[in-house]
Design a protein around this ligand. Structure first.
Ligand code: PGA
Length: 244
């Protein structure tokens, strides 16, 4: 169960969140919990989560370890802050910051090389869905991005299916729509990396996940977890998603 805070919460607000949240998920041994704050709040989150099972992740990672890349933050820097995970290729990065399938692949590889667990995002836009191009888009994102990983590298990633039309819009994909897309992604993974790798791949659903729809989403056997944006900002709300 992963929370993507996007561009929200200062270090002080991060500490306040964890003070409440960690008590509410103390007994949530049924799942892994990852909170992804902004780079500047990573260290505060790691410190505030110490002694709990909650892991901390970044929202992006540079494809190089260091160098002349103004504005970027590298895998070793994220690891040094104590984070263990990173979201790669979020649709907001693809939409507003020129992220492509090729750069998603480079960033994913850099994350793995630094010992981070990448959560790689894919998903179709509304116009793709309306033109019945969902599967083609997912396939292109997979083939041009993720499929460049070796089998060993692939074993280290999770994929998040986030239909762009469902992100921050209040329009959740129905559990059936999400499950269908998850099956398509798993089939591509199995075709490229073999059945075992396809079966062990973890696929999270993201897009307007809320306390009141998480149960029906998680009831789908194809959905292994969720990536939560807006609803992860509130400690009580996110805890009730975790403890669905
Ligand atoms: P949302 O965002 O839950 O606010 O729709 C999900 C995401 O972008 O990861």
């Amino acid at each position: 169960m992963a929370g993507n805070w996007k561009m929200h919460k200062t270090p002080a607000e991060t500490i306040a969140f964890f003070q409440k949240f960690r008590l509410l998920v103390e007994n949530s041994g049924h799942c892994e919990i990852v909170v992804c704050p902004s780079f500047l709040s990573l260290a505060a989150a790691v410190e505030a989560a110490k002694g709990s099972a909650i892991r901390v992740g970044a929202q992006n990672v540079a494809w190089a370890k260091e160098g002349a890349f103004t504005g970027e933050v590298s895998g070793p820097m994220i690891r040094a802050a104590g984070a263990t995970h990173v979201i790669v290729g979020h649709s907001e990065r693809r939409q507003y910051f020129g992220e492509t399938d090729e750069t998603v692949l480079k960033r994913t590889r850099a994350a793995l090389e630094s010992g981070l667990s990448p959560i790689v995002c894919v998903g179709e836009r509304l116009e793709d869905r309306e033109k019945r191009r969902t599967e083609t888009v997912l396939e292109t994102q997979f083939q041009h991005g993720i499929a460049g990983l070796s089998g060993d590298e692939f074993a280290g990633i999770a994929i998040a299916y986030e239909p762009v039309w469902a992100i921050g819009t209040g329009k959740t994909a129905t559990p059936e729509i999400a499950a269908y897309a998850h099956r398509a992604i798993r089939a591509q993974a199995a075709a490229k990396y073999g059945k075992t790798a396809g079966n062990s791949l973890r696929i999270l659903y993201g897009g307007s996940v809320k306390p009141d729809n998480v149960t029906s989403l998680m009831a789908q056997p194809e959905i292994d977890g969720v990536l939560v944006g807006g609803a992860s900002l509130d400690p009580v709300g996110f805890a009730s998603i975790v403890n669905f």
